[in-house]
Design a protein around this ligand. Structure first.
Ligand code: UD1
Ligand code: UDP
Length: 383
């Protein structure tokens, strides 16, 4: 029997974190599936640390990252590089994840070769073309090219149905980020980093990450100014801020928050220490997508530094609040949670609307079922 050829294609840190459980699950079916991994390496160091953690060795690495790359650079380099790989491997189906430019280029390259596309984390929408930018269009364009949609939640499935995608092409699986998180967070974890080991986690520790394109410039500067005011005003507040590798983000962070007492600016943390750090801090401020999904599962309140979110589930559950990037909003919302224990308690109930830790199993089961390699259709994830 010919094996089913499945190729995963990804390129950035969050795609790697969320695709790793899928690859590990695919590899369990080596009697039926031939798995190959192609990375664009749209990210380099931030990707490599995830590959190392989950012991994934890509079969193909396009190594496309360049300093200050534009959307045109990423799209064209990924598309041309993937053309050759797809020609050589001729997979039956490729899997892309989420909404990065690698995701869209991967789906487009597969379409040009008339290869089926499976989309992991399908159906997230804000309905706003430019927020997040370019992710909203990356995922919509990918959806148009997709044959099998792996929607993490029922809300995501409804978004796809509304766009005319037929029910039988959609599997509700939960988000693989929760699979990755459960494999990574441990109560007895010790940080190898001296700074993180030395922090007193009984204090009011705020964890911050930022990177979104629509926040570059003034919006991020406002956020950092608000953080500065908070540490200046509250002597028991400490900030840990692993700064994204993007120089456009780093420059503003250093200008506004460099050399301040009780503000620890670090390089991006590897996923294992980062996930374990999330589980220990008091409060998280972020514009990240993935962090909005992980923190609620750990019972950590999240203030989202964006005007829109494609992840309404934890907002509805009360663990996540959308606050935007205005100085006063950031300052007031963070201050409230730092000083009002009733408000804090309301937002720190652990909720798990995004997954139950077996999303990857459902995805692989759905592929096997679709290609008639198993009789078992996976039961949908119910949040
Ligand atoms: C990308 C994705 C975004 C995703 C984010 C996750 C696009 C257009 N954007 O945004 O959807 O949410 O990743 O973090 O697909 N850099 C390094 N080393 C690294 C990674 C990045 O030096 O390991 C620097 C490089 O100078 C690079 C720059 O960061 O040019 C920007 O990287 P890029 O992937 O273009 O954008 P992100 O903001 O990371
Ligand atoms: N993350 C990490 N180290 C960091 C910051 C974030 O490992 O220093 C992880 C985080 O736990 C989440 C993912 O990276 O799983 C989110 O990536 P990012 O915010 O870059 O992208 P997004 O999710 O917004 O696309």
């Amino acid at each position: 029997m010919e094996k089913l050829k499945v190729m995963t294609i990804f390129g950035t840190r969050p795609e790697a974190i969320k695709m790793a459980p899928v690859i590990l699950e695919l590899e369990k079916f080596s009697d039926k599936i031939q798995t190959t991994v192609a990375v664009t390496a749209q990210h380099r160091e931030m990707l490599d640390q995830v590959l190392k953690l989950f012991k994934i060795r890509p079969n193909y690495d396009l190594n496309i990252m360049s300093a200050g790359q534009t959307l045109f650079d990423i799209t064209s380099r990924a598309l041309l590089g993937l053309n050759k790989i797809l020609e050589e491997v001729k997979p039956d189906i490729i899997l892309v994840h989420g909404d990065t430019t690698t995701t869209f280029a991967g789906a487009l390259a597969a379409y040009y070769h008339q290869i089926s596309v499976g989309h992991v984390e399908a159906g997230l929408r804000t309905g706003n073309k430019f927020s997040p930018y370019p992710e909203e269009m990356n995922r919509k364009l990918t959806a148009a090219l997709t044959d099998l949609n792996f929607a993490p939640t029922d809300t995501a499935k409804k978004n796809l149905l509304r766009e005319g995608i037929s029910d039988e092409k959609i599997f509700v699986t939960g988000n693989t980020v929760i699979d990755a998180l459960y494999k990574t967070v441990r109560n007895d974890f010790t940080f190898s980093d001296e700074l993180l080991n030395g922090i007193d986690y009984d204090k009011k520790i705020i964890l911050v990450t930022t990177h979104r394109r629509e926040n570059w410039g003034e919006p991020l500067r406002n956020v950092y100014k608000a953080l500065k005011k908070l540490v200046e005003e509250f002597s028991d507040v400490e900030i840990i801020f692993p700064v994204h590798k993007n120089p456009i983000v780093r420059d503003v962070v250093n200008e506004e928050l460099g050399n301040l007492p009780r503000v620890h600016l670090t390089d991006p943390l590897d996923y294992e220490p980062f996930a374990n750090l999330m589980s220990r801090v008091k409060l998280i401020l972020t514009d990240s997508g993935g962090v909005q999904e992980e923190a609620p599962a750990l019972g950590k309140p999240v203030l989202v530094l964006r005007d829109t979110t494609e992840r309404p589930e934890a907002v509805n559950a009360g663990t996540v609040k959308l606050i935007g990037t205005e100085f006063e909003k950031v300052y007031e919302n963070a201050k409230l949670l730092l000083t009002d224990s009733a408000e804090y308690k309301k937002m720190s109930e652990a909720v798990n609307p995004y997954g139950d830790g077996i999303a990857a199993k459902r995805i692989v089961q759905a592929i096997l079922w679709t290609y008639k390699l198993s009789d078992e259709k996976p039961a949908p994830f119910n949040s």
